[in-house]
Design a protein around this ligand. Structure first.
Ligand code: BGC
Length: 776
């Protein structure tokens, strides 16, 4: 494995920090963030942080809960995105400050010993233990636990135990709910911050009664109501004193406790968030009280036990095991865990580029979901995959409206980046122009149907999405003078090349999309005529439209350079000057932070996999030689400045027999956040790359492919591993694929029967004969 600065002991199930360090504090807040797909809390400590400015960014986020702001263009144009949406930093419920007599516990003052912070991926509880001696010499032992409930999306819980070690006296606990929070403002890095014009949350009321407190707020522009509430429980309560800051935004409850040397004081705090995106406004406060009371009655240990049970089930279905590399094992499990923490599962929310761990990319959802993250959930937690598709269904009306704004009289155009469904991309060349989002969504629907056979969903929602989005291709494409169907003026996945004609990826994916739409139309018309009639009416489908789709697909131009025998990224890419990599200083990467976009666009240089991604998604349409030549060519001009790139290069490298490259690219992906290789994990994890790790095992080393409707495997074993195992769920079956030096073992863990191929050879498993082995 490559030499890297691994900061955490290589425990395969745990992330552990043995000493707090201001230099890595900001980063570790992201890595130790907890979430449940709805609430996300950064790993800042209960007592807060007094380190130097810029070394911390506190944050609590609610997936899909956003504020909107007008986008100001000094020079505007028709149909540019008008309004941005960004995920809000909401009141901080973590606060539990500890005062030892008149000294406030602060790990950066006094003396800190026996420090350890850990996140056990099987238990889902962030734990910390330490001993602290105040500047005047009073010592306490502190132990804290924190969890964000995976089985109750509104709830999080804290437990802090303080034991006076060498004194008896007064310990005060100050439990707070702090609404004086705000989002990061946009700076020079386009990936970070929002154009925020002031406080986004306006206070409606503050409630404080005994151990309970709540802030009721409303977002200034998007108009949502938010109730943040806490309930604190302190053993041996002492006196309680409630305080409220002058602006009403910070609520505190102070518990003054007679502390006895050697006797533990336990504080438990339950917190919850409810918004009017989910419930009627007049229910929010009562719901909050109910959730908190139930939590208090059960107690922290009950929540912790439920958390462990939820995770046991998750790992039973989706654990990936690597024999012989603990660092990697840690990276893979950490990534899977964060995906689970990040993904919305209610059909109204999705998974943002940074999950719920930070403000990078403003909490927006991108194509990352469909092309990178969706397969992980589809084959590990199909019910979540379906919820992700439900989210797109919920956005179909917005996508129709967007299509009209973009002068398409028919069809639906999904936004490049969004929270609630409206296009939020302010830079259209690398935003709206990425029309491939439509084909990406259709591709994931096809994968879903192939994996689940869920015809009911196809008839209710899927068919309409696929057909409406397919119409955009016949809308924007045209037949050129040679009779080929061409798609002009779009941007493909590679954001270092913009507004081009016939981007290979786009055309190839559009072709597959159009074929799929035509096939669905034919199938529905034949098998489910009533559904077909209903959908045709809802979308005002003209007779002959499905034939038009099929025709455009058949005549689609797929640029190919016969001299080089490679697929051209677009009509002009190969005619551009190559980027001068030899004379680009390492400090000038990522290029996007150091060169005007036009300078980059003028050159043959890629930010990420483009043609190479098509080789994976449409695998069956390419021969091995084509794949190898394309890989060789595009590897030489790709910077991998996007974290979405390495995993795809790893997968294709594995397929074409470049084992070392496959391994190296895989390692780039697997520990991208743990090792902070892109230098910006402090602003949030990279969820697409995290899922790319799973793709790297299943599709890369496992050689799994599902395009074309059949399940195929072609496993290889990286030289540095003794073996690996992963599981997939498909058509009601759970299959384990195990690879080691002796060969491959396929085991049907659940289900009746499953067929697939192993390096092209048919294999059939049944409940009666659930295992099959292939020698290496
Ligand atoms: C990539 C996009 C991606 C976005 C969000 C960008 O850097 O180029 O492909 O969708 O990040 O992850």
């Amino acid at each position: 494995m490559q030499a890297r600065n691994h900061r955490f002991p290589p425990d395969p199930w745990c992330l552990r920090e043995d000493a707090p360090d201001p230099a890595t504090h900001f980063l570790n807040e992201t890595l130790f963030a907890l979430g449940n797909g709805y609430i996300g809390v950064r790993g800042t400590a209960e007592e807060g942080w007094s380190g130097p400015g810029g070394t911390s960014r506190d944050g609590t986020y609610l997936n899909g809960f956003y504020e909107s702001e007008s986008i100001h263009y000094p020079e505007t144009a028709h149909a540019l995105a008008k309004t941005n949406q960004f995920m809000l930093n909401v009141p901080n419920a973590k606060g539990i400050a500890i005062w030892v007599e008149e000294e406030r516990f602060d790990p950066l003052q006094g003396r800190l010993e026996n420090y350890q912070r850990s996140l056990d991926l099987r238990r889902g509880v962030l734990e910390r233990s330490l001993t602290w001696t105040s500047p005047s010499g009073r010592s306490i032992a502190l132990r804290s636990r924190r969890l964000v409930c995976l089985d109750n999306r509104h709830l999080l819980a804290f437990e802090v135990e303080v034991t006076p070690l060498n004194f008896s006296g007064t310990v005060r606990i100050v439990s707070s709910l702090d609404g004086a929070v705000q989002n990061l403002e946009a700076g020079d890095d386009p990936r970070i911050g929002s154009a925020v014009s002031g406080a986004s949350l306006q206070l409606l009321s503050a409630e404080q009664e005994g151990d309970f407190c709540a802030l009721v707020q409303r977002t200034r522009n998007s108009g949502f109501m938010l109730v943040s509430a806490t309930l604190t429980e302190v053993d041996g309560k002492g006196t309680v004193e409630a305080q409220c800051s002058r602006d009403g935004l910070r609520l505190e409850q102070t518990y003054a406790l007679p502390a006895v040397q050697g006797e533990k004081i336990t504080v438990r705090k339950y917190a919850c968030y409810h918004t009017s995106r989910d419930y009627p406004e007049d229910e929010l406060l009562t719901r909050s009280c109910d959730v908190l009371e139930v939590a208090l009655r059960g107690g922290f240990d009950v929540l912790a036990a439920r958390q462990a049970a939820y995770l046991a089930d998750f790992w039973q279905q989706s654990d990936v095991e690597i024999d012989g590399d603990d660092l990697l094992q840690q990276g893979i499990r950490f990534n899977q865990y964060h995906l689970l923490q990040s993904v919305g599962r209610d059909g109204k929310t999705n998974i943002s580029a940074k999950g719920v761990t930070g403000e990078g990319y403003e909490g927006h959802y991108f194509w990352d979901t469909e092309i990178y993250i969706f397969p992980f959930f589809l084959y590990n937690k199909p019910e979540i995959a379906r919820a992700l598709l439900e989210y797109r269904w919920a956005g179909l009306e917005s996508a129709r409206r967007r299509a009209r704004q973009m002068s398409h009289p028919k069809g639906a155009l999904y936004p490049w980046r969004t929270i609630a469904g409206e296009e939020c991309s302010a830079y259209f060349p690398a935003g709206t122009a990425q029309y491939h989002i439509n084909a990406d969504i259709a591709y994931s629907i096809r994968q879903y149907l192939d994996a689940t056979g869920d015809d009911a969903w196809l008839r209710a929602h899927g068919a309409e999405i696929v057909m409406e989005t397919a119409r955009i291709w016949t809308g924007i494409g045209t037949y050129d003078r040679h009779g080929s169907f061409v798609i002009n003026e779009v941007t493909g996945p590679d954001e270092y090349t913009a507004l081009v004609n016939n981007n290979y990826y786009t055309n190839a994916m559009a072709q597959a999309h159009l074929e799929f739409a035509a096939a669905i139309a034919a199938r529905l018309a034949g098998e489910f005529p009533e559904d077909y009639a209903r959908i045709a009416q809802s979308m005002d489908l003209a007779p002959g439209e499905p034939e038009e789709w099929a025709n455009a697909a058949r005549l689609m131009l797929l640029p190919y350079d016969t001299a080089l025998q490679i697929h051209e990224q677009d009509d002009s890419f190969l005619s551009k000057k190559r980027w001068d990599f030899a004379n680009t200083p390492p400090g000038n990467y990522p290029l996007l932070l150091n060169y005007h976009p036009m300078v980059i666009y003028r050159h043959q240089v890629c930010k990420q996999a483009d043609v190479v991604l098509a080789l994976l998604l449409l695998s069956a349409r390419f021969g091995q030689d084509d794949k190898r030549r394309d890989f060789d060519y595009y590897e030489a001009v790709t910077t991998h400045d996007s974290s979405l790139s390495s995993c795809i290069f790893s997968i294709i490298a594995a397929e074409v027999g470049y084992a070392d490259k496959a391994y190296d690219y895989f390692m780039e992906t697997a520990r991208l956040d743990l090792d902070d290789t892109h230098g910006n994990t402090c602003h949030g994890v990279h969820t697409a790359a995290m899922a790319g790790t799973w793709l790297g095992v299943a599709y890369g080393f496992g050689g799994m492919r599902t395009d074309g409707g059949s399940l195929r495997f072609a496993p290889t074993l990286p030289a540095r591993w003794q073996g690996y195992r992963f599981r997939i769920q498909l058509r009601g079956c759970l299959l384990q694929v195990g690879v080691n030096g002796a060969g491959t073992t396929y085991r049907l863990v659940q289900g009746e029967a499953l067929q697939f191929t192993h390096h092209g050879k048919p294999v059939a498993l049944t409940a009666a004969q659930p295992e099959h082995q292939e020698a290496a």
